[in-house]
Each structure stands twice: as structure tokens, then as C-alpha cells.
Design a binder for this molecule. Sequence first.
Ligand code: OSB
Ligand code: MG
Length: 382
Amino acid sequence: MSAVSTIDVHLLELPLTEPFTASHGQTLDRTIVAIRVTTDDGVGWGECSALPAATYTAESAIGTFEAISESLAPRLVGATVDMPTAYAADVVAEDSRSVTALLGNVAGQPMAIAGLEMAVFDAVLKSRGQSLAQWMGVDTRTVPAGVSIGLDTIEATVAKATGLAAEGYGRLKVKVQPGHDAELVAALRRALPDIELQVDANGSYPASAVDDVLRLAELGANAIEQPFAPSAPTSAIELIDRLQTMGPVPVIADEAVATQADAETLLSMGAMTGLSIKPARVGGLVAALSLHRFCLAAGLAATAGGMLETGLGRHALAALAALPGFTVTGDLSPAGRWLAADPWPDLTMTAGRIDVPAGPGVAPEPDPYLLDRYRLEHRRVG
Ligand code: OSB
Ligand code: MG
């Protein structure tokens, strides 16, 4: 058990290697919040992965910076926090000293809470000399790498995809939207006949466009992420129904699932056959682990979803993705795929696979010089 003495909240602005474009908008710089927790057992770092603007989710980097420094961190300073010595569903659920339990009555800030939870996990795990993967009982050393490509012209996307495949990626996830889809998927299939090809529409298809989405599977997409808005589950049901004759092409829910209750509703309706589990978005690692158990029990395909994280968030994602049940390759590229500068050490990728982080804590320490250089603002609580 550790008492929290101070929490330092940092707002960083990291340059991207290229703009990231999805149907919800374009991201040009990765403004992001990093949290340093000091406890009487040592220090830990967490990342709040809210995007620079509220688009994909309701939270934004600047909004979470305010929420964490002004209302959430003050409630943790002086508190005693802990995590079980090993992950087991019942132990985690009953841990009243977890960050998620202590902030259990906070509504609408899952990403802010996830960042604080990660910082406490990092501090406690480091004090025990245990890695996150060890704590979760992971025994795999590597996971398959997967990479995302934002919206761009067909020509540019095929060139990018070919380059990334040559770097060793066996899985690509391309963003699509109405009118920018069939030709793109066909061109990618021609260029890369054997690649695992996923499409992600970020809910951009109108409920009436089931035929257009089905066509992408006919053209060779292996998985379809969030084709329709969360408010159009009946279209997803129809799509799943019509995909049955085509072999296994999971229809993966992303934005539609914020909570366990959402997952239960969609499963009972038959409106998803896969789930993108993003610890950053669902309220942290404990919430992600419970969704992972849910997928295993329900026979749903799970995939580990990324959020343009720094090396810190990517370390947590790679450990999570090593659990059984993540049967669809996730957004597991090194942070350097998107970030041109990053205070955290990156994941290592060899021959199309990512090493599961094995050092103590969630990730190694950040570079203080780079933190300083890319910091927009800093607040200390406690
Ligand atoms: O919809 O999966 C998404 C990034 C930010 C917000 C939403 C999404 C994404 C990605 C993952 O597609 C990209 C990555 O982190 O590699
Ligand atoms: Mg998605």
C-alpha cells in the first residue's frame, strides 16, 4: 500500500510524423497529458490518451488536463492506493484501494481516470520489481504487429501500405468512409494479396449503407471496425447476418462500447462479433481486463485498440494484447509510427512482431530533456 503525496500533471505537444485523418477529423499535433504520481513507495507515470480535440470521444487533452489537475488528482493526494499482487478477476473487482474505486463516482472522465490508474500501477509495480505483463500472468514474449493508415488518396494509401508491409507489418487497418472505400480496398488487395486487411469507418456510414459496407468484405477486407454510428445497431445486425455466408469477417465495435453494459447490450442484440478494447477509452486497465474476460466468455474476437499513444501508452497496450483472446491483430505499432518525438522509450519490433515489455512497471522512465522541450504546461497537486 502506498500513500500518494504529489501528482504532477503535464500537458505535452508532440509532433506527428504525418497528419492522422479519420472521418471524425484530422490530428496534426499530438497534444497529450502525462501524469507523474509520487507515493511513499516511489514514482509512477501514466498517460491520459484523450485526443487533442473532442471528436472521437467527448474528452480532449486540454479538458482532461483541467479535470485531472483541478478535480481528480486532488482527491487522490493523501489517499492510500494499492493494487493486488497478481491479477485475478475477483481480487481486482474487490480492490477498494484502486484508483477506479476511489474515483468510482466520477462521470464522463474515463480517459482521465485511466491515466491516473496507469500512473499508480506504474509506481506500485516498480516498487515490487514486477512488469505489467507479469502482473497479468502473460507468458507470451511477442505479439504480432499491426499498423493503421489514416484517410488519404488511393495512390498515397497504397504506397504507404506497401512501405509498411515491407517494414514487416502483416496487418493493416485503413480508415474508410462513404465514397472512399471500395476502390481503395480493391487497390490494397491487388497490391498486397496476403496482408491481414482491416477497415475502420469510425461510424461514418449512414444506417442505410449496409450494401456498401458488405462490398468491402467481398473485396477482401478481413475485419470491419465500427461501420455505423453507435446509434445504428440494427444496421450492424443486418451486416453481420449477411456476412455469414462469407466466412469469418468480424464486425468490431469501437466507439459503440464505452462500458461493460454497452458490450452486453450489443452482444445480446447480435450487433457485434468483435470488440476493440482500448484501455485508454474504457476507463483503464482494470476495465479493459473485464472486457477481455467478457470477450473470452462470449466467444467475441478481441483486438487491442490504439489511440496514437506515446511509448508509455503503447507499452501498456502491448502487454494487454499478449493475453489470450486478442485474436484479431491490434493497433500494435511502435509509438514512432505516429510520433516524430516522444519522451518515452519505444516498443521494439522485429520481423513483424512487437516485444512484450518485460521491465518493471508499465514502461521505463521518460527522457526529462524531451519532457521539458515538448511541455506546454505543468501543474502540481499536493
Ligand atoms: O478509431 O481506432 C480508432 C486513433 C485515434 C482515435 C481513434 C482510432 C485511432 C486508430 C488507432 O485508428 C491508430 C493507432 O493508434 O495506431
Ligand atoms: Mg476504431
